[in-house]
Design a binder for this molecule. Sequence first.
Ligand code: FAD
Ligand code: NAD
Length: 476
Amino acid sequence: PDEQFDPDPKKKTLVVLGTGWGSVALLKKLDTSNYNVVVISPRNYFLFTPLLPSCTTGNIEHRSIMEPVRQILRHKKASVKFYEAEATKIDAENKVITITDNSEVQGATATTQVPYDMLVIGVGAENATFGIPGVREHSCFLKEIPDAQAIRTKIMDCVESAAFKDQPEDEVSRLLHMVVVGGGPTGVEFAGELRDFFDEDISKLVPEIAPKFKVTLIEALPNVLPMFSKQLIDYTEKTFKEEQIEIKTKAMVKKVTDKTVEAEVTGADGKKEIIVIPYGLLVWATGNAVRPVVKDLLSQIPAQKDSRRGLAVNEYLVVQGTRDIWAVGDCAVAGYAPTAQVASQEGAFLARLFNNMAHTEELETQIRELSTGLNLKPGNAAEAATQIESAERQLRRIKDVKPFHYSHQGSLAYIGSERAVADVAWFNGNLASGGKLTYLFWRSAYLSMCFSTRNRVLVALDWVKGKVYGRDVSRL
Ligand code: FAD
Ligand code: NAD
């Protein structure tokens, strides 16, 4: 067959949904010559999410943390098909996926179907809003590149409008009040980046508005960063106080309007009251929700009727109650936190599993052929028997695939003013540290984790550029 267009009928078709942490880790290690590999994602690039908060202020330019998927696939042994589309329906019964091109430009075909023999779902998650009124209409999220661009534009729009001639004072205060909802790492890192932007650049370029600039972080739980140790939570809260970022804990946002946030605050005496907070920019970072295509699949599988947070998978990442479907990353529920670390280890595990499966089939065929030969040519029996034995030994070894095991390397978060917090695995224990040295560790760790050398060079140049010239405050 023409490899460019037709799948090889001798190979199974492996469809991979998504180009995020899970799917790309799989693609990186997969021997693509064993399967007809098809990748489907509405995003034709991989995004290094840990540095996304830095893009909201221009500390890092967004293209520095994007890697085109076609560039990634170009280096694979056998060609891989990529379709820029969203999977809108997975028909697990007939093994067919419906895909739709939802981008701005579409050809005559914008919806079609892709059959699969094996499917890996790595579609990630969407933003949780808990159905709170006004959130979708009025707030910015922080998950994808366009989100970071929208925030960057809006920060400067608020600043320029606040500096507008004859602006009433209370309106200046509102416009310069940047509210972040959600005290997980996304909200905390964004608040830190925002404060840096203001202190290092905006206050120097637009000094007349400086006294009014304010950042508030709203969190429903009693403290921020619940996944970090108590010592680092305290350190973060102390640092935020110094940076004049106000943290409102035990405050649950219930409603959002175009200019205000309404939150129910529980006081020390246990009494609840509603407070109304005016804002200029609102960033909503309250975690993950299940994507519609995953919800739809869940509804097709009786074994998943109790799954609320995503696709329940077994220890080999097989979606429970299905055949030939695996799930990785934020859309899979395997008992781990929805992090890039987990997603990438899951993707790499599946690559090993699939490479093994292909090798197993190859060995089984070899054994079958040798056994037939054994019957036909007695002269070669001894040699064939040795080969069979060796193939069987190999087969036993590779068939013994251990289940997925997650190895936690630690948690890292930037908290502003060149400080970071880290809970890292250290020999057999845990090392908790916070401060400027940790910040240097944070920078070097993220730099080394960037997808490609090109990304690393671009990120490092952005950091140097920011130090020398300051951030670019042009509003696009
Ligand atoms: P994603 O990386 O989100 O990828 C999902 C992919 O699926 C995307 O390519 C998307 O376009 C595609 N897709 C979506 N819908 C469809 C569809 N219908 N059909 C086909 N494809 C689809 N984790 C850490 O461990 N450390 C960090 O420092 C860290 N920092 C973060 C910072 C931010 C701002 C955010 C938002 C997250 C951060 N995370 C971090 C979490 C981490 O990014 C996620 O856990 C990780 O991206 C999950 O990987 P994934 O492959 O499941 O999903
Ligand atoms: P999260 O789920 O970690 O935190 C969301 C927070 O929002 C929670 O603390 C929750 O109590 C709060 N919240 C929910 N509803 C609220 C409401 N109505 N009002 C006020 N507060 C509300 O979400 P995240 O920070 O986006 O992180 C998502 C995942 O990505 C996590 O697994 C996280 O570990 C990972 N991540 C890691 C890093 C890092 O390691 N540096 C950075 C970003 C994200």
